[in-house]
Design a protein around this ligand. Structure first.
Ligand code: FES
Length: 98
């Protein structure tokens, strides 16, 4: 199964260099955004609600790499040095408060 890597393309992350982050990752993995091979599934994603710390990269919906920089994002990914994230559940949405 491929490792899913997503680069936030929300407005804040784009302003802070998400396109350059994608260029570095695409060159490193030999893929373009939207492509995958055995080790990696690379693409953009929508805003991950961590705008103040962008650009953000998400690995397998479970690790967040905030303040991603072109100089070390591939190394951080190889080290698995992202922050653990927990996906929201339906209970987190507090629908009764709407
Ligand atoms: S724009 Fe990237 S987290 Fe919101």
């Amino acid at each position: 199964m491929s490792k899913k890597i997503r680069v936030c393309q929300g407005p804040h992350c784009r302003y802070r260099g998400a396109e350059r982050i994608m260029e570095v990752l695409a060159a490193h993995f030999g893929l373009a955004a939207g492509q995958k091979n055995e080790p990696v599934d690379l693409d953009f994603c929508a805003c991950v609600d961590n705008c103040d710390s962008g650009p953000n990269v998400v690995e397998d919906d479970s690790k967040l790499y905030q303040e991603a920089a072109t100089k070390d994002i591939t190394k951080r990914l190889e080290q698995g040095a992202g922050q653990p994230i927990t996906p929201l559940t339906i209970d987190d949405l507090k629908l009764d408060e709407l």
